[in-house]
Write a protein that binds this ligand. Structure first.
Ligand code: B16
Ligand code: MG
Length: 241
């Protein structure tokens, strides 16, 4: 089946809001006297707000009202930080790829766990390049459940098999695969090892390269990765189900 759309995660794929999430969580952690490092922040990549807070609290228990207040406080800090976002904060290659998708008559959508995703894409100046937005407000069950991406495909009126999900986090790849989507992982293989294909980033990646990978591959059969896969930055996940 041919690919008709790409569904993009936001943080780590189209822009790098991880730094702002980190600074906001760090401010909360400092106020609570809980140690919290940049390394620990890595585990929060792609994880929804509540689950992120529970990881930060490391088993400390608080009443629900207090949990809500912590989440609101962190979000208040985050909203202050994202006021600094401008179109220059779109990650290299992302705007060009969105423009190529449009020019080719394919569709694109956002699939982000963030409840602030709309504000971020407006500030980045890419909202008009996305045909549908599925975000933290769109569905109940967040990643690694597939609902967010299924909601995006539904808005595009496409089946999961016709869509490639582009993700930088393990929870996102798991969500996409659970929904039956094709997956393109970005970043270190340690984070996205379950993706069908992996690239270091979107920089210098052309739409026809992505389409070629998925359209030529028989995704239901194991394949042997090409010898030069490490050089070209393309990795084919060998264990298809
Ligand atoms: P919010 P993504 C995720 O975005 C972030 O990676 C994660 O760190 C954050 O906790 C989550 O969104 C929720 O964000 O607090 O703004 O609702 O990678 O799914 O685009
Ligand atoms: Mg992400």
């Amino acid at each position: 089946m041919s690919i008709r759309a790409l569904i993009f995660d936001l943080d780590g794929v189209l822009t790098d809001t991880a730094e702002y999430h980190y600074r906001a969580w760090k401010r909360l952690a400092d106020a609570l006297g809980i140690p919290f490092s940049r390394e620990e922040n890595e585990a929060l990549r792609g994880i929804p707000r509540r689950e992120s807070l529970l990881l930060l609290l490391k088993g400390r228990e608080y009443p629900e009202a207090q949990i809500q207040e912590f989440m609101e406080r962190k979000n208040g800090y985050y909203l202050q930080f994202i006021r600094e976002i401008t179109p220059r904060d779109v990650l290299p290659g992302a705007r060009e790829l969105l423009e190529e998708i449009h020019a080719a008559g394919l569709k694109s959508a956002l699939g982000s766990a963030s409840k602030n995703a709309r504000e971020v894409i407006e500030r980045l100046g890419i909202a008009s390049l996305l045909d549908a937005v599925s975000d933290g407000n769109s569905v109940e069950r967040q990643k690694p459940a597939p609902d967010l991406f299924l909601h995006a495909a539904h808005q595009l009126r496409l089946s999961p098999k016709e869509c490639v999900v582009v993700e930088d986090a393990a929870a996102g790849i798991e969500a996409a695969r659970a929904g039956g989507f094709q997956t393109l992982g970005l970043g270190p293989a340690s984070r996205v090892s379950n993706a069908h294909f992996i690239f270091p980033s979107l920089e210098r990646i052309k739409l026809h390269d992505i389409l070629g990978l998925f359209e030529n591959a028989k995704l239901d059969q194991p394949i042997i990765p090409p010898n030069d896969s490490s050089e070209c930055g393309i990795h084919r996940h060998p264990h298809e189900h």
